[in-house]
Design a protein around this ligand. Structure first.
Ligand code: UTP
Length: 294
């Protein structure tokens, strides 16, 4: 029987240099899209995908993430005394949302290293990995889409997206062959190889790995077996490539739109589109945008 995925690891210990100076003292995972921190969108996505436990890998200066998912007694008391019941239940729903535990990555030694920090908390079971600066708008949560593939093949699965050549060197890129899955030839791939941050001329395809993964527990031994790669960091892509020697890995071109909210322009695009989709302010914001001279 294929073991069930119950846990999700959220590496959130990166330095967020692309978003300085905002991220000097504030984790990028706490940047708000309209009024909700990036990481909350992703925790909700995990929850709606059936994940039960969240493990957040934090670093220095990340305590606001812990505070956000914790109970805020003073705030709750204040809202209660002022009879602001809607706000009170919204604030309470965040701490009631799901079980969250934390582990520290003392130095930002790479995404692979951050995932490895969660080894003891994950144990010998498959788990999801979610990068909260990739925010995904979709009808079916992206993690759920990946889980459907995992539950069919019983192997690790990565989320894939087509990327134009001038941006390809920012990603891990796969060499993959399409497999027929439920009569659909164009969405599921069996991965042959992968390269972290290739030059456009060396990229094996235009399919890039984005921040959603389902990983089988062998990934931990693979991370322990590799040497630091691009940028002197322990790269998750290199560990996945190592895993390919002994295990199959699948890729899914997911349905949905991904925003790179860890990048200033990507963040602005996400903010505008999320605001336009809001019932409480979408119309007013649209009117405002239409009135701008562009
Ligand atoms: P990024 O590649 O976006 O790096 O990490 P970063 O340091 O966070 O941001 P920039 O590029 O300098 O602006 C992808 C994900 O991996 C986590 C980050 O928090 C982010 O969610 N990460 C990265 C770690 O947890 N630890 C690391 O050592 C590196």
């Amino acid at each position: 029987m294929i073991p069930k995925v119950r846990k999700a690891v959220f590496p959130a210990a990166g330095l967020g240099t692309r978003f300085l100076p905002a991220t000097k003292a504030m984790p990028k995972e706490m940047l708000p899209l309209v009024d909700k921190p990036l990481i909350q969108y992703c925790v909700e996505e995990a929850m709606h995908s059936g994940i039960q436990d969240i493990i957040i890998v934090t670093g220095r200066g990340k305590s606001s993430i812990e505070d956000h998912f914790d109970v805020s007694f003073e705030l709750e008391q204040l809202l209660e005394s002022k009879n602001k019941t809607d706000m009170l239940s919204m604030v309470r729903s965040i701490s009631d949302m799901i079980d969250v535990c934390y582990i520290r990555q003392k130095e930002a030694l790479g995404l692979g290293h951050a995932v490895l920090r969660a080894k003891d908390l994950v144990g010998n079971e498959p788990f999801a990995t979610v990068l909260s600066d990739d925010v995904i708008a979709s009808d079916v949560p992206c993690i759920r889409q990946l889980l459907d593939i995992y539950e069919y093949y019983g192997a690790s699965v990565v989320a894939l997206m087509e990327v134009p050549p001038d941006q390809i060197s920012s990603y891990g890129v796969v060499d993959a062959e399409p497999v027929s899955h439920n009569g659909n030839e164009h969405r599921v791939f069996r991965i042959r190889n992968m390269v972290e941050k290739p030059k456009p001329s060396d990229a094996p395809s235009n399919l890039a790995i984005i921040g959603r993964y389902i990983l089988t527990p062998e990934i931990f031994t693979c991370i322990e077996s590799i040497e630091p790669g691009a940028g002197g960091e322990l790269q998750l892509t290199d560990a996945l490539k190592y895993m390919l020697r002994s295990r199959p890995i699948y890729g899914l071109k997911f349905d949905g739109k991904r925003y790179d909210a860890g990048d200033k322009l990507g963040f602005l695009k996400a903010t505008v589109e999320f605001a336009l989709n809001r019932h409480d302010m979408g119309d007013a914001f649209r009117t405002y945008l239409k009135g701008l001279t562009l």
